[in-house]
Design a protein around this ligand. Structure first.
Ligand code: PHE
Length: 329
């Protein structure tokens, strides 16, 4: 036993420690063997021997655990030291970059719309039910309100599930004409290859007096925007549904990977869905007290656009701060 304890003290790393543990407590270990000797004993003698080896075992385990913690801490420190990046080290390679694909894509979207006179807006990430849902014509039992999608707090507060509440806030604070975009984080309870619990959207809203703002304006703007982002692609609008726009549409671009021929990324359809849009529903104008106006709105996921323009296959890699991924940009 004394040699075992001596060995514990001298152990230099976790592997060595583990082999000492096996020497003592493994199947054929010293202490384990003592337990099998119990069978041959009886009465008081058996009781006393059992007590002795139990104490021994406990003593060994206590020491072993303390040593384990000590070695693990030491090993962690060492690996941290080795993996540390010395940003002041000289390197012949230049590390200037476009920036993170998300901010790069976001900035390009902002550039486009600001050039057209859109105003940049922000809104709170913690929203109330009115702005995130009911003012947007999402009635109480609408599936999009399901607990599965939304992170709720107490008192009907939640993490915004889209940037659309900023439409409501802008209309409450301003009078038409309105031309705004709002980029920012949004949150949904989702996690896989193409979903992360936090992601980014850009919202757009145009409101004008009378019936100035039409679906035709919306279609023209978005078509031009998508060509600005993706270059020479075809754009199509498919009718769709959103509670806060009527009519609603989703815009697709011809697949950037196969030029519309059909591949794995576009599920052989030749098309990729990139944004949702539509003419603002009368109900939404009513909720903010607007009369005799018209408008259109659109929303898109920044990660989705970034994945398509930067050729990134797994959305999660945007958030893992892995230099091997980031260095490619
Ligand atoms: N908010 C919608 C979504 O998150 C997108 C959208 C915005 C659709 C504006 C139409 C108009 O999917």
């Amino acid at each position: 036993m004394n040699t075992l304890i001596q060995k514990l003290h001298n152990a230099k790393n976790s592997q060595e420690l583990e082999s000492i543990r096996l020497e003592a407590l493994g199947k054929k270990g010293l202490i384990t063997q003592k337990f099998s000797e119990l069978k041959a004993l009886e009465g008081e003698e058996k009781r006393q021997f059992a007590q002795t080896i139990n104490t021994l075992k406990q003593e060994f385990e206590t020491l072993h655990n303390a040593k384990k913690l000590e070695l693990q801490t030491q090993e962690l420190q060492e690996s941290l030291k080795q993996e540390k990046i010395d940003v002041s080290l000289f390197t012949s390679r230049s590390h200037r970059s476009l920036g993170h694909p998300i901010s790069y894509t976001k900035d390009r979207i902002i550039d486009y719309f600001m050039q057209l006179g859109y105003e940049l807006r922000t809104g709170p990430l913690i929203e109330d039910d009115f702005h995130n849902f009911s003012a947007l014509n999402l009635p109480e039992y609408h599936p999009a309100r399901d607990m599965q999608d939304t992170f709720y707090f107490k008192d009907n507060m939640l993490l915004r599930t889209h940037t659309s509440p900023v439409q409501i806030r802008t209309m409450q604070e301003q009078t038409p004409p309105i031309k705004m975009i709002c980029p920012g984080p949004t949150f949904r309870r989702d996690y896989d290859l193409t979903h992360t619990p936090m992601f980014h959207q850009v919202e757009g809203l145009v409101v004008d007096k009378g019936n100035q703002a039409s679906f035709a304006n919306l279609k023209f703007t978005l078509e031009d925007f998508l060509k600005y982002i993706f270059g020479d692609v075809k754009v199509r609008f498919r009718s769709s549904f959103f509670p806060f726009t009527e009519p609603s549409a989703e815009a697709d671009i011809s697949c950037v990977f196969c030029a519309g021929k059909g591949c794995r990324v576009c599920s052989d359809t030749g098309w990729l869905e990139v944004l949702g849009c539509g003419v603002v529903d009368e109900y939404v104008f009513e909720a903010v007290g607007y009369k005799n106006v018209s408008g259109y709105a659109f929303g898109m996921g920044i990660e989705r656009l970034a994945m398509l323009t930067c050729g990134v296959g797994d959305l999660r890699s945007f958030f893992e701060t892995d230099l091997r991924v980031l260095e490619q940009f």
